[in-house]
Write a protein that binds this ligand. Structure first.
Ligand SMILES: [Zn+2]
Ligand SMILES: [Zn+2]
Ligand SMILES: [Zn+2]
Length: 253
């Protein structure tokens, strides 16, 4: 089975069987994916890099390193030190996977705008939102609350996040950058993704018409946000169900 980042700068092959998918809600995975991460895993001898010109690694802790594409920002791999296996973003896999989500890790530190399983909790209060990437090279604030959060299951969002995306609309001028170190990747259709080139955290999306949204997973404090809709569900992965009771649109909603 083959997988890749969005731009093709990283391409890999894995030989089944693949471990069932683990959804991880830890802060590190939430920042890099922009929502939360979902990964399968294989032993090293069943994993092969076909193209690695875009591959960059970020070490958030001594225990593991995190692989992403430096050209498009896709969050792809989690590699524990001293173990002969690699975790791979389920959203990066091409075609049917026949996998399913077997467990949720770090559900107790999931974002406040969604629940790991089931309907989202009631929205909190939030006057000012503070966001940052995993390495700290990007820090910004903007007026809260986050409000409505959209989950996008389109192929671009799935490749970049490693699972699917969640973002909220905000005027771009509302962001106050305390530190800014962003690479922008222009995708097919004229949209732009902003991510940190040092740690691979997903930061924002600017549509071809200039409308702007921020990845919900990079906000550090109570958000005042609530997941409200799923869009492009026709493109969703086969390894998860959308069962939170929220409205679903096959296209852009
Ligand atoms: Zn790429
Ligand atoms: Zn960073
Ligand atoms: Zn999308």
């Amino acid at each position: 089975m083959r997988g890749s980042c969005l731009c093709g700068g990283v391409v890999f092959e894995v030989t089944p069987p693949l471990r069932d998918v683990v959804a991880c809600h830890c802060t590190q995975c939430r920042k890099q994916s922009g929502h939360y991460w979902a990964a399968t895993a294989v032993p090293h001898d069943r994993f092969r890099l076909v193209e690695k010109r875009g591959l960059a690694w970020f070490r958030a802790s001594a225990q593991a390193r995190r692989g992403f594409c430096r050209d498009c920002g896709a969050f792809l791999f989690w590699q524990p030190e001293g173990e002969a296996r690699i975790s791979i973003a389920a959203g990066a896999l091409d075609g049917p996977t026949s996998l399913h989500i077997e467990s949720h890790w770090f559900a107790e530190v999931a974002g406040d705008y969604y629940s790991p399983e089931g309907p989202p909790p009631a929205a909190t209060q939030a006057e000012t939102l503070h966001g940052s990437c995993l390495c700290g090279a990007n820090r910004f604030s903007l007026p809260g609350p986050m409000g409505q959060v959209w989950s996008c299951h389109c192929t671009q969002c799935r490749k970049l996040s490693g699972h699917y995306a969640a973002s909220f609309d905000a005027p771009e001028q509302a962001l106050h950058w305390h530190a800014r170190h962003v690479t922008e990747h222009r995708a097919a259709g004229g949209s732009t993704r902003g991510f940190c080139p040092d740690c691979g955290s997903s930061l924002y999306f600017r549509a071809a018409d200039g409308s702007f949204s921020i990845e919900a997973g990079v906000i550090d404090n109570p958000t005042g946000g609530q997941l409200s809709q799923h869009i492009f569900v026709a493109d969703k992965g086969d390894y998860y169900a959308i069962d939170d009771g929220l409205p679903q649109a096959t296209g852009g909603g």
